[in-house]
Design a protein around this ligand. Structure first.
Ligand SMILES: Nc1nc2c(ncn2[C@@H]2O[C@H](COP(=O)(O)OP(=O)(O)O[C@H]3O[C@H](CO)[C@@H](O)[C@H](O)[C@@H]3O)[C@@H](O)[C@H]2O)c(=O)[nH]1
Length: 435
């Protein structure tokens, strides 16, 4: 039997997702109409012989997470549990801490998935590849091709062209190493815990040898248990005949910033043609005009003269008035878009209202369409003290009056704006406003 672990991180993570991550833990943010994590769970639940999915993170258990778990268990008929780390233990420390739970029932292998990626999740292909390559206890990393410049933002893998054995692994190198990058999706044999255990033992010994961190006694136990899969394990395993890369041509992207959530939505909406055609809206008599891929929650109330798409997701209880135009945007639950407003490249927060004839617009941060290996740049919100121009985000319960323009802006939750706000130009570079 098989298991899967999803690394969901915790509240200190997801800072590039603010202000949206104030309202909902980032892994539950809706992408293409369902929580980000649900795409992972659906993919895991489809793998034959999958017995359990464990979410590991350092969020305090909360109502939203609990509700999500109950619903997902009912929907996918599989055991799904949340295991909370007492502190951020790193990508390897969390699975090591909960190793007894992972190996209980003796799974022959288990997947580990970063929560903040969007992918076609070729998990059965990884299993097949693992059986066909290397020794039976080998470990597999999912890899994809990036361009030279962007590869530096990821784990980089040098592999034997014929066997696909990983010969060299460098996490976020400062100079070019390889254009094959780590997708943050792994298939492990339980033997991985021997390797993580060896790092833990070494960390413990170091802690006894150096019990002080400067003047202060260091928090030894936590320090010993903090283990990174990438730097501490993969780098050491490379070249040992144990680590292999399965290269995928399927879609893949990180979801770090809110801008990348719109891009990820586009990728998943496109996948719905084969995986969930019922989730895609179609043009019907008496329904709004649909262009390209659009998701509409069944409880949304949309005027038939509105025009939506491509790449639009409309959440639960949303109201969209006459003549409204929405493109490349995510409209979160219970938002109201009044008649004739226009929303482009934006995320409209929960319970927000956009007045009549208002225009809310952002700048897309899509990867270069002329480069087949380009990835989305998940910039930090601020560069040199200025917000980087990106999509417009309205936090929850924001009110935009009628007939104003909001351009390239981030509006914090619960704001009532009373005039237009636009991109400012300072010298030749554009900046973004944050209210
Ligand atoms: N449970 C838990 N999860 C964690 C922790 N730290 C990070 N995570 C989760 O692990 C994933 C990776 O997080 P980061 O540490 O932010 O790494 P990264 O910059 O995204 O890089 C990783 O992913 C890239 C692909 O997206 C890889 O290319 C790269 O090599 C690396 O694995 C995220 O889903 C995050 O929530 C932790 O202490 N505990």
């Amino acid at each position: 039997m098989l298991k899967a672990v999803i690394l969901i991180g915790g509240p200190q993570k997801g800072t590039r997702f603010r202000p949206l991550s104030f309202e909902v833990p980032k892994p539950l943010f809706p992408v293409a109409g369902v929580p980000m994590l649900q795409h992972h769970i659906e993919a895991c639940a489809k793998v034959p012989n999958m017995k359990e999915i464990l979410l590991i993170g350092f969020y305090q258990p909360n109502e939203e997470l609990a509700r999500f778990l109950v619903n997902a268990q009912q929907q996918f008929k599989i055991s799904i549990r949340y295991l909370q780390e007492y502190a951020a233990l790193g990508t390897g420390g969390g699975i090591y801490h909960f190793r007894d739970q992972i190996v209980s029932g003796s799974p022959e292998a288990f997947f580990v998935l970063n929560a903040d990626v969007c992918s076609a999740f070729p998990l059965t292909e990884m299993l097949k590849f693992q059986k066909e390559h290397g020794e039976p206890n080998s470990f597999v990393i999912l890899g994809t091709t990036a361009n030279r410049k962007q590869s530096l933002n990821y784990g980089c893998i040098v592999a034997n062209e014929e066997t696909n054995e990983v010969q060299h692994y460098v996490e976020k190198p400062s100079t070019f190493v390889s254009d094959i990058i780590n997708c943050g999706i792994y298939l492990f044999h339980p033997d991985i815990f021997k390797h993580i255990g060896a790092v833990f033992q070494k960390n413990q010994q170091d802690m006894l040898l150096y019990p002080y961190d400067g003047e202060e006694p260091n928090n030894g136990w936590h320090r010993a248990e903090h283990i990174r899969l990438e730097q501490d394990i993969f780098t050491a395993l490379a070249g040992q005949g144990k680590l292999y890369v399965y290269k995928t041509l399927g879609f893949w992207s990180q979801i770090k910033s809110a801008g990348s959530a719109i891009y990820a939505s586009r990728l998943y909406l496109n996948q719905y043609h084969t995986s969930h055609p019922e989730r895609l809206a179609t043009n019907k008599e008496g329904s709004p005009k649909i262009i390209g891929n659009v998701y509409i929650h069944p409880t949304a109330n949309i005027d038939p003269t509105a025009m939506l798409g491509p790449n639009v997701s409309v959440g639960m209880g949303v109201t969209i008035g006459a003549g409204v135009r929405v493109r490349e945007s995510i409209i979160l639950h219970n938002a109201t878009l009044q008649d004739h407003c226009c929303v482009l490249n934006s995320i409209v927060g929960w319970e927000s209202t956009i007045g009549k004839w208002a225009r809310v617009e952002g700048t897309p941060s899509d990867p270069n369409p002329n480069d087949p290996y380009a990835k989305i740049d998940s910039e930090t919100l601020f560069r040199e003290g200025k917000l980087t121009p990106s999509i417009t985000i309205l936090g929850c319960n924001v009110s935009i009056p009628s007939e104003v323009i909001i351009l390239n802006s981030i509006v914090l939750p619960h704001k009532d704006l009373n005039r237009s706000f636009k991109t400012k130009s300072s010298s030749s570079t554009a900046s973004q406003d944050c209210f």
